[in-house]
Ligand binder design. Structure first.
Ligand SMILES: [Zn+2]
Length: 88
């Protein structure tokens, strides 16, 4: 029984390691902010040329229209809650 649990734990760790590696690779390959293919460019974060400038949240690094930004301490945040959270 302990052997099975050991192998399950090992497999989970390997999968987690592979996933974090893939995520790191994707981050390298992501196009620059404002590009339509950028992950943050969802329905809420429309391309730059349609809604003006986009800014990056200092906490969660999501891109969103500058008009929706909450600014504090010279940084832009996506929501008032993230103002009180440290930069990630
Ligand atoms: Zn945020």
């Amino acid at each position: 029984m302990m052997r099975i649990l050991f192998w399950i734990g090992l497999i989970v760790l390997v999968i987690a390691a592979i996933r974090s590696k893939i995520r790191g690779k994707l981050r390298e390959m992501t196009p620059p902010p404002g590009h339509p293919g950028y992950p943050g460019a969802g329905p809420q974060a429309a391309p730059t040329r349609e809604l003006g400038a986009t800014v990056e949240c200092a906490h969660c690094h999501v891109y969103f229209p500058e008009s929706e930004a909450v600014t504090a301490n010279g940084r832009a945040y996506c929501s008032p809650e993230h103002v009180n959270l440290p930069p990630a």
